[in-house]
Design a protein around this ligand. Structure first.
Ligand code: SF4
Length: 334
C-alpha cells in the first residue's frame, strides 16, 4: 500500500480501488503541531512571501512526510497548483495529473477519469465497488451535519472536521467510519443548543485556527460549511462515479456554487454567511460574485498563515454578529 498525496478532493475511489492510501496534504499540514513552521520551511526553500499559505504548507508537508506520489488537479482547483507540482517534481515526487473541465462536460470528465483509472491500474468495476463501500461513510457524515443544523447538537468546528475529512477519510475509511459512528452516538445524546445567530461558512477551509470557537463565544454558530459539505458528495451518491464528480460544485464555476449556497441558506434558515478568503488566492476575486449572488448578508474575512484570528477579523465578526442580532430582533413579530 503506497501513500498518495492529495491537494484537494479528487476521485478518491480510484486510489482506494488500487489499494493505495489517500493522504490529504491540507489536513496533514493544518493538524501538524506546528503548521507555521511548515510555511516557514517552504519560504526557506524559496517560496515567495506572496504565495498562498496553503500551497506553502502542502509543499513542506509532502517533503516532511516523504510522500512519493501526488495527484495534481491541473484545472478546477488552484491557479498555484502548477508551480507547486513543478517544485514537488523537482524534489523527486511523481505527479499524477487530473483535471475537472470548467463547464462540467461529461465526456471530458469521463476521459479524465479513464486516464486516472488507467494510471492506477484498476478498472471501473473495482472503482464502483470502492464507491459503494464509501457510501455509508458519506451518509453517516451527512447525518452528523444534520445533527448540527437540524438538532443543534454539534459545534461548527465538529461539523467542519467530519466533513472536511471526507477528502481522504483520514487515510483509513474503515477506522474513520467507526470513529464517526461513536461520535454520532455520543453527540446524539447531548442537549440541543439554541444559538442566537445561525451562520454559514463559504470559501476554502480556514487556515485560521480558532474561527468557529470565536463565533460561538459571541452567541453565533456555523451550521453550514459549504465546501466541506461538498466533500461528502451527499447530493450525488445514487448515481455513478462520473455523475457524482460532475455534481460536486467546488471545482467548477462559481455560479453553481452560489446556487448550492442559496439552497442551503433557505433550508438551514441562515441569518448570514461568512466568506473566508485566503490571502494571495485567486478565489479572492470571486468574493464580489458571492456578495452579489448570496441571498443573505455576507461578511468577508481573510487569513494568511496558520494562526488564531487577528484583532481586525475579530472586530469585524463581532460587528457582523451584532448587526445580525439587531436585524433578527427587528424582524421578530411583536
Ligand atoms: S487557498 Fe486558493 S491559492 Fe491557496 S491552495 Fe486553495 S485555491 Fe490555491
Amino acid at each position: 500500500m503506497a501513500e498518495v498525496g492529495l491537494t484537494t478532493t479528487i476521485p478518491v475511489e480510484v486510489i482506494l480501488a488500487a489499494g493505495d492510501v489517500p493522504v490529504d496534504l491540507n489536513n496533514v499540514f493544518i493538524t501538524d503541531p506546528d503548521p507555521e513552521a511548515l510555511v516557514r520551511q517552504a519560504e526557506l526553500s524559496g517560496y515567495p512571501r506572496n504565495a498562498c499559505g496553503w500551497i506553502k504548507g502542502i509543499y513542506a508537508t509532502a517533503l516532511r512526510y516523504g510522500i512519493k506520489r501526488v495527484v495534481a488537479v491541473t484545472q478546477g482547483d488552484c491557479s498555484q497548483t502548477h508551480a507547486l507540482m513543478e517544485t514537488l517534481q523537482a524534489a523527486g515526487i511523481e505527479i499524477v495529473p487530473f483535471a475537472y473541465p470548467y463547464d462540467r462536460d461529461r465526456i471530458l470528465l469521463e476521459q479524465q477519469m479513464l486516464r486516472f483509472i488507467d494510471r492506477f491500474g484498476v478498472d471501473w468495476v473495482q472503482v464502483e465497488k470502492a464507491r459503494a463501500a464509501l457510501k455509508p461513510v458519506r451518509e453517516l457524515v451527512s447525518e452528523i451535519d444534520k445533527l448540527t443544523w437540524q438538532e443543534g447538537k454539534t459545534t461548527g468546528a465538529e461539523n467542519h472536521y467530519w466533513q472536511v475529512c471526507c477528502s481522504d477519510f483520514n487515510r483509513d475509511a474503515g477506522a474513520f467510519f467507526k470513529e464517526a459512528q461513536e461520535f454520532y452516538q455520543q453527540a446524539q445524546s447531548r442537549p440541543a443548543r439554541k444559538e442566537t445567530i445561525r451562520l454559514g461558512y463559504t470559501g476554502v477551509p480556514p487556515i485560521i485556527t480558532d474561527l468557529y470557537e470565536f463565533i460561538e463565544s459571541l452567541g453565533g454558530r456555523v451550521v453550514y460549511n459549504e465546501v466541506q459539505r461538498q466533500f461528502t458528495m451527499i447530493d450525488a451518491l445514487e448515481d455513478d462515479l462520473v455523475t457524482q464528480y460532475q455534481r460536486y460544485t467546488y471545482p467548477y464555476d462559481i455560479f453553481g456554487r452560489i446556487e448550492d449556497i442559496n439552497r442551503q441558506v433557505a433550508q438551514r434558515r441562515l441569518d448570514g454567511v461568512i466568506h473566508y478568503t485566503q490571502t494571495f488566492c485567486f478565489r479572492e476575486i470571486e468574493d464580489l460574485l458571492i456578495k452579489q449572488g448570496v441571498n443573505c448578508p455576507v461578511l468577508t474575512i481573510q487569513g494568511e498563515r496558520p494562526a488564531p484570528l487577528d484583532a481586525r477579523n475579530k472586530l469585524r465578526i463581532e460587528a457582523f454578529i451584532e448587526t445580525l442580532c439587531f436585524r433578527a430582533l427587528s424582524n421578530k413579530p411583536r
